[in-house]
Design a protein around this ligand. Structure first.
Ligand code: MG
Length: 163
């Protein structure tokens, strides 16, 4: 069994959609980035890659590569699941926290857990997501960006276990 951690931040800017955990969230600003800026999924990807010793998100999906311009975090997450499958790893659980002053994310948490669970081939009960504010402090508190952190637990598949 292995554990990995991940962290990500994206700037909140006008003219971008807000996508978190693969869910479109109505808000007047969204997350800027080379990809879709889904900081929650990016943190989960780094946790999975870190646990499996397969590197990090920047190695596999580099910013600046036209292939990944605007790409959905869910699409990247599916690719990471394939990498782990090929390396013989199964996912035990994910636990993550999104830190955002606004908007209120609690109405979207269950949908995020479903989308992430589907992309990873695990049940939504294996995907924990919490939403926190920064109590008005720092860049998150000023509404300049949204941060996310994640932990992933994985284990080696038995030789006779189906993928
Ligand atoms: Mg990112």
């Amino acid at each position: 069994m292995r554990i990995g951690t991940g962290y990500d931040v994206h700037r909140l800017e006008e003219g971008h959609p807000l996508v978190l955990g693969g869910v479109d969230i109505p808000f007047e600003r969204g997350l800027a980035g080379w990809s879709d800026g889904d900081a929650l999924i990016h943190a989960i990807i780094d946790a999975l890659l870190g646990a499996s010793g397969l590197g990090d998100i920047g190695i596999h999906f580099p910013s600046g590569d036209p292939e990944y311009r605007g790409i959905s975090g869910i699409v990247l997450l599916r690719r990471v699941r394939e990498m782990l499958d090929e390396a013989g790893w199964r996912i035990e659980n994910i636990d993550a926290t999104v830190i955002a002053e606004q908007p209120r994310l609690s109405p979207y948490i269950d949908q995020m857990r479903r989308h992430i669970g589907e992309a990873l081939g695990i049940g939504e009960e294996q995907v924990g997501i919490k939403a926190k504010t920064s109590d008005g402090l720092g860049f998150v508190g000023r509404g300049e960006g949204i941060a996310a952190q994640a932990v992933a637990s994985i284990y080696k598949r038995e030789a006779n276990e189906a993928i």
